[in-house]
Write a protein that binds this ligand. Structure first.
Ligand SMILES: Nc1ncnc2c1ncn2[C@@H]1O[C@H](COP(=O)(O)OP(=O)(O)OP(=O)(O)O)[C@@H](O)[C@H]1O
Length: 363
């Protein structure tokens, strides 16, 4: 077993195919007609990889609609409007907990994002569309994703489990006869999988992630300081000063909100300890899910995981000291993937580019 574990924070990137640092290749003569796309349709972020070009779109999963339900804009522009709209404009996030919550809007959003990519690149149609889905998805939810993708204009749709895509994106050999454990902490779900021989041996999916942490921060600041802040502010606080456990880098953040007693705008300074207290429930739930997955791992694969450690990815992997918290709790090495926000789309892109090699991992 000589395969090393590539693409952790500490190691340089070694994989072939599409990498986040690789420059997109120029479209060839015939790529101006059809193309194949891979889409990581996440609760918070949607990323698209185009064949031979790498990542061509990376935008928040959100839509702004007019009163007739027509799309005004999608992605970053819609995100800037969120929580600041008037009666003739509303923003909607069509995914919740990793799955499509509003079928119609998700489809419109996907169509608009694909259109953006196609227009910029002179593609005329999508031949194959590879879409990632969470492990814990039900048959009905799976059909909803497939239908949305077909209605968004794809001729052929392939579904890929998020954790398998993440493993490929990290550079793990998913077809090898040893166990790899991947933990993907996203915006709406935390996905854990033990992968061996091109398949998922055990998986667990909890519908908790970064979005839940944001909500917990809003609630905590309201309860403790009588200050009402918005979801975007809570997310900014989490990114700037959040951590899963105390470390050398304790920080403070001065925020603004509405005082619930006086009703007027106020400023408040919150600390990393405040954020830890707020998000502890979600962090502990993720930790419990990891422990449970280890308890359910067949012994031979447990031995592999002991040697190789756990790969942590998804935006939640960027929460400071999250890797250390997990590693201390389970006494195993935890490696944070290189650029954890793009591992899933990079992996799906590699599955698209080398379809035959990854035939068995498609759902
Ligand atoms: N530096 C950071 N610290 C803490 N959390 C972060 C950081 N950067 C991003 N995140 C969080 O990561 C989450 C988004 O991660 P990601 O893009 O992997 O999720 P997603 O794919 O959209 O969701 P899902 O896979 O659950 O459908 C957001 O909740 C965001 O707040």
């Amino acid at each position: 077993m000589s395969e090393s574990i590539p693409q952790t924070k500490a190691e340089s990137q070694t994989s072939s195919g599409s990498s986040p640092t690789a420059k997109p290749r120029k479209p060839g003569l015939f790529s101006s007609l059809n193309t194949d796309l891979a889409i990581d349709l996440g609760t918070v972020n949607t990323l698209i990889h185009a064949r031979d070009q790498g990542i061509v779109l990376n935008e928040p999963t959100i839509v702004a609609l007019n009163p007739k339900g027509q799309i005004v804009t999608v992605g970053q522009e819609a995100r800037l409007m969120h929580e600041k709209t008037h009666k003739d404009l509303r923003t909607v996030r069509p995914l919740k907990g990793g799955v499509i919550a509003d079928f119609d809007i998700a489809e419109k959003m996907m169509r608009e994002m694909i259109r953006k990519v196609m227009k910029k690149r002179w593609f005329s149609s999508v031949r194959k569309l590879f879409v990632t889905v969470p492990n814990g998805i039900t048959d009905v939810e799976r059909m909803a994703v497939r239908d949305s993708a077909e209605n968004a204009g794809a001729k052929e749709v392939f579904l890929v489990e998020e954790t398998i895509a993440a493993a490929v994106g990290i550079g793990l050999d998913v077809n090898a006869p040893y166990g790899n454990m991947v933990v993907d902490i996203g915006g709406g779900t935390t996905e854990i999988a033990i992968i061996s021989l091109g398949g998922t041996v055990y998986s667990q999916s909890v519908r908790l992630g970064g979005e839940q942490m944001n909500e917990e921060i809003v609630n905590h600041i309201r309860r403790k300081y009588n200050l009402l802040i918005g979801e975007r502010t809570a997310e900014e606080i989490k990114h700037e000063i959040g951590s899963a456990m105390p470390g050398d880098d304790e920080r403070e953040f001065t925020t603004k909100g509405r005082n619930l007693v006086s009703g007027v705008p106020k400023t408040l300074t919150v600390t990393s300890a405040d954020v830890r207290e707020a998000i502890s429930e979600t962090v502990n739930s993720c930790l419990n899910a990891i422990t449970k997955s280890l308890e359910n791992t067949p012994p031979e694969l447990s031995a592999d995981i002991l040697d190789r450690g756990i790969m942590l990815t998804g935006g939640g992997a960027l929460l400071r000291n999250m890797d250390k918290l997990i590693s201390d709790a389970i006494d195993l090495p935890v490696h944070v993937a290189e650029d954890p926000l793009t591992t899933v789309v990079r992996g799906t892109g590699m599955i698209l580019e080398h379809h035959e090699k990854y035939e068995t991992v498609l759902m």
